[in-house]
Design a protein around this ligand. Structure first.
Ligand SMILES: NC(=O)c1ccc[n+]([C@@H]2O[C@H](COP(=O)([O-])OP(=O)(O)OC[C@H]3O[C@@H](n4cnc5c(N)ncnc54)[C@H](OP(=O)(O)O)[C@@H]3O)[C@@H](O)[C@H]2O)c1
Length: 308
């Protein structure tokens, strides 16, 4: 359902009722970046608990404080989730101003507007804030050392969020895939269907994460009233190569997948070779665990098949 909020239109997700009168007293959540891969799953998940007011480009540019402030003030949310971001890691190397405009200025705007409205804010950050030298799963207290512009802009967004809203929850995650995204899983599936064989990097290790599970974990943290910085990923870890092999196998394809070093695909943006995140703080705070990446991937591929 479309709903006019201040000067702009938003989309209201609510699986039970859609009229404002009917949702009085239920939780109202704004999701910025609602058309992104995580945003879509957040809208569906939070729509189960109440009313979601969805915002994305072109209706609301998060880098414009006046637009964000008006949207938040008129909505009177109980919770504001910032899933909007500049996520093109390679392009950010050539246009750092564009990356910082969204990831730092936009994050600060959302945090400030939500604080003024008396609502807590959720911001997503990335495993790329680390340099990969630790070689053991990173905990939220580890010192960040970003290697590329995108990671620097996301770290600046964390700081802007903390400084502008005391009631913040910063969730670092990694290697996201979900419906509608141009993510690693989709790229591997496309390549496996069109090429005779694939070469995939073996010396980059991380934590693949399904947006469906991250949306659920966000709801768990929000209902616990958690504030501070958390790491949330599907549990376990793998190389890009092992991830690609699992994707191809689960999709029932027999395209050969061969390992290669990261140096075989020169990139502008430097990435950490080891960026596994530890869920320990999330698990201690909530009493919940994240399922393993293989199980989550199998679920994603199964749902994808059912929706084709
Ligand atoms: N993808 C990953 O592997 C990964 C890993 C770690 C952390 N994260 C973080 O997780 C969060 C969600 O990522 P995602 O993969 O779901 O991202 P995504 O699919 O790229 O979605 C981001 C959304 O934000 C929108 N957006 C961009 N600039 C905006 C602006 N100025 N105002 C309003 N909306 C704007 C985008 O619109 P357009 O498409 O029109 O630009 C898009 O709909 C982000 O904070 C990201 O940094 C992602």
């Amino acid at each position: 359902m479309l709903w006019r909020v201040g000067g702009v239109w938003g989309i209201v997700y609510n699986t039970a009722e859609t009229s404002r009168e009917a949702t009085q007293g239920t939780m109202r959540t704004i999701v910025f970046g609602s058309k992104g891969q995580l945003g879509l799953d957040l809208c569906a998940r939070f729509g189960r608990d109440g009313e979601v007011i969805a915002a994305d480009l072109p209706e609301v540019d998060i880098a414009e404080f006046a637009a964000v402030e008006e949207f938040v003030r008129h909505t009177r949310p109980d919770l504001v989730i910032n899933a909007a971001a500049y996520t093109d890691v390679e392009a950010a190397e050539d246009d750092s101003a564009a990356a910082f405009r969204v990831n730092e200025t936009g994050a600060g705007n959302i945090a400030r507007a939500s604080a003024r409205a008396g609502a807590p804010v959720v911001y997503y950050s990335t495993d790329f804030v680390f340099d990969g030298e630790k070689h053991r799963p990173y905990v939220p207290e580890d010192a960040p050392a970003p290697l590329c512009v995108y990671a620097e802009s996301k770290l600046a967004g964390e700081k802007a969020t903390r400084e502008n809203n005391d009631r913040h929850c910063i969730i670092r995650t990694a290697w996201l895939y979900g419906p509608g995204g141009n993510n690693f899983v989709e790229k591997i599936l496309r390549a496996a269907q069109t090429r005779p064989s694939l070469q995939v990097i073996e010396d980059e290790v991380g934590s693949p994460t399904y947006t469906l599970d991250l949306a659920e974990a966000t709801a768990v943290l929000a209902s616990a009233g958690a504030t501070g910085t958390y790491h949330v990923v599907n549990s376990g870890s793998c190389s890009r190569y092992a991830f690609a092999r699992a994707i191809v196998k689960l999709a029932g394809l027999d395209t050969p997948v061969e390992p290669c070093p990261a140096g075989a695909f020169p990139m502008k943006a430097k990435r950490p070779l080891y960026s596994v995140l530890s869920n320990e703080k999330y698990e201690t705070r909530t009493g919940k665990t994240m399922r393993g990446w293989q199980e989550a991937l199998a679920d994603y591929i199964q749902r994808r098949r059912e929706n084709q």
